[in-house]
Design a protein around this ligand. Sequence first.
Ligand code: NAD
Length: 305
Amino acid sequence: MKAVVTGGGGFIGSHLVDELLASGIEVHIIDNLSSGNEKFIPEEAHFHFADIRKEQTKEIILKVKPDLVFHLAAQADVACSVADPIYDAAVNITGTLMVLDACREASVKKIIMASTAAVYGLNDKLLISEEEKPDPVSGYGLSKWAAESYVRYYYQMFGLRYTILRFANVYGPRQTAKGEGGVIAIFLDRIKHNHPLIIHGNGEQTRDFIHVKDIVRANMAAIDHGDQETIQVSTAQKVSINQLFGMLQSIREAPIESAYTSGRAGDILHSCLDNKKARYLLKWKPEMDIWNGLQNTYASVVKHD
Ligand code: NAD
């Protein structure tokens, strides 16, 4: 079996590439390394330095003729999407269209697309299900939702099978200290450089933090399950920023300096995604709890990086 991974040089994509290779799948990466890193790309993978907005991406997919495309390449930084919505839309919407059109022409069997909890905007229901109407408040949430819609459209129009996976806040080794859901990466980076941790507001805001290995397992499960479905991949557990801080102090076994600043306008207070659909349709459940996941990430970022 052959797979293309767009964004395979990035945080989540590179972990997925490792798993696909370990499963004996031939992997082709399409990435322009705008936020990815060449050192994450294993030698066994075929690397195509290319931009998903450009025709070259279509040419590569037509030449490779993969069975599967995992589409993770994206402009994934909320702040950047607010500052430069045109660039954000070009990568996330036009880029997705280029990938979809290449899949159609190359008769790809299935596309598995990475989407995000950001499509729900300020909805802070205790537990958000896939039935909830998207209502994004950032260019990023909007462009990912539009990209999702094009994925559904390509099935309706051209029969291109798909699974859309909406991830909660992903964390783990190789995440950079910027971009979406990066609070754990930011905290670890600051601990590593002995800077105080900045906590916005009272620290009681909560997130649903999911380890990258669980995200990879959901992507693998989507190869054979969840056709024509939009499925959330999450722990369905909420963890506050203060709890996160407490856990990091325990892992470090030493006090960590912190500073509370005023809350940021437009920040969502609570974000937690239901995962019943993933459990049922993907036969998947999260396996890494936040305590073990944090220890694993701390060890890789603070101790060894
Ligand atoms: P990342 O920035 O590490 O990875 C994105 C990759 O896409 C990078 O390697 C980058 O170089 C590549 N890329 C960007 N623009 C490109 C272009 N025009 N052409 C080719 N390659 C391009 O981000 P990530 O956190 O690994 O995110 C991967 C996917 O998961 C994204 O689609 C993102 O929207 C989604 N997601 C991430 C999170 C999270 O918490 N990290 C949460 C929900 C969804």
